[in-house]
Design a protein around this ligand. Structure first.
Ligand code: 3HC
Length: 285
């Protein structure tokens, strides 16, 4: 299937960057938010990013102008959905919200459109039956920051067609991304499970008083070549997101080893979510 128009639902940290990456790659893209203020803030942030690329010599001025021309921020879901070939939903990680968005998208988009969710916690089978086209529903999971990280996990549900997976993978490649295909749904998918294993060991080492947060991060970076230590990464992703991912995994599996680590729960309850609140494992200006 030929994808030309993409709709991203949700203009938060992920949605805005997914939309920008799609526009830079040549897709006509709309980023939609329920809140006009949120959409305007996302638009201003992406304008700054684009200007920064030009100033740094990473993008030609004409290419930046073309990308900006292709990108719209809006609150009008019906208009943005009317001609979409692919929708990437990046809204709140709440099942009731996502199910009503998918039902609405099913009514508003052309029958050909693929409806993907960027969710890392909700497998697409939990929303597919809110639509009349479960074969065109899958997870298309980007990583933070989405303009930089190359992997995109494409997770099929039991109904997802091969054509859907191939189309989404082709879009990801066109965006300069590396698709990671999952043949079945599993909590955490692949990358977050790998990240979780490293994070849990880092938390266990810290809780046992073996080394400081800073020294564990240094080991990850300077012994293993990770771009960030596990504590820095929790602050980037958000300790709220980290907590909620583990709660969601526990609710799906009932396995106590999937519960958030007590140190994560403490940060969550203290409202210390990381960079976004100015304090997490580290303190930010
Ligand atoms: N948005 C857009 N671009 C950004 C950015 C951001 N937030 N942060 C950095 N960049 C860009 C910079 O502009 C720069 O681009 P350039 O080299 O073309 O000029 C490039 O990334 C490198 O940035 P810096 O030199 O400032 O900093 P670093 O080299 O330390 O890179 C990083 C920053 C890319 C964030 C790197 O530290 C990294 O890769 N960290 C690991 C991130 C990671 O693991 N993400 C996955 C999280 S898990 C997840 O998202 C799943 C979800 O379900 C929870």
């Amino acid at each position: 299937m030929d994808v030309q128009r993409i709709l991203v639902v949700g203009s938060g940290a992920m949605g805005r960057q997914i939309g920008m990456a799609a526009a830079v790659a040549g897709f006509t893209t709309a980023v939609r938010d329920v809140s006009a203020d949120a959409a305007a803030a996302a638009e201003a942030d992406m304008r700054r990013w684009l200007d920064g690329r030009v100033a740094k010599g990473r993008l030609a001025e004409a290419d930046a102008a073309d990308a900006w021309e292709r990108l719209t921020f809006t609150t009008d879901l019906a208009a943005a959905a009317a001609e979409a070939d692919l929708v990437i939903e990046a809204a709140t990680e709440r099942l009731d919200v996502k199910r009503s968005i998918f039902a609405e998208l099913d009514a508003l988009t052309p029958a050909r459109a693929i409806l993907a969710t960027n969710s890392s916690t909700l497998a697409s089978s939990t929303v597919a039956d809110a639509t009349g086209r479960p074969e065109k529903v899958c997870n298309m999971h980007f990583f933070n920051p989405a303009l930089v990280m190359k992997a995109v996990e494409i997770v099929r549900n039991p109904h997802t067609s091969d054509e859907t997976v191939e189309t989404v993978a082709a879009v990801a490649r066109a965006m300069g991304k590396s698709p990671v295909l999952l043949a079945k749904e599993i909590p955490g998918f692949v990358a977050n499970r790998l990240m979780g294993a490293v994070r849990d060991e880092a938390l266990a080492l810290y809780a046992a008083g073996v080394a400081s947060v800073e020294d564990i991060d240094t080991a990850a970076k300077d012994a293993l070549g990770y771009p960030m230590g596990p504590f820095e990464l929790m602050d980037l992703v958000g300790l709220d997101v980290t907590y909620l991912i583990r709660r969601a995994a526990y609710e799906q599996t009932g396995d106590e080893k999937d519960l958030p680590h007590p140190l994560i729960t403490a940060k969550y309850e203290a409202g210390e979510f990381g960079r976004k609140t100015g304090k997490g494992w580290y303190t930010y200006e």
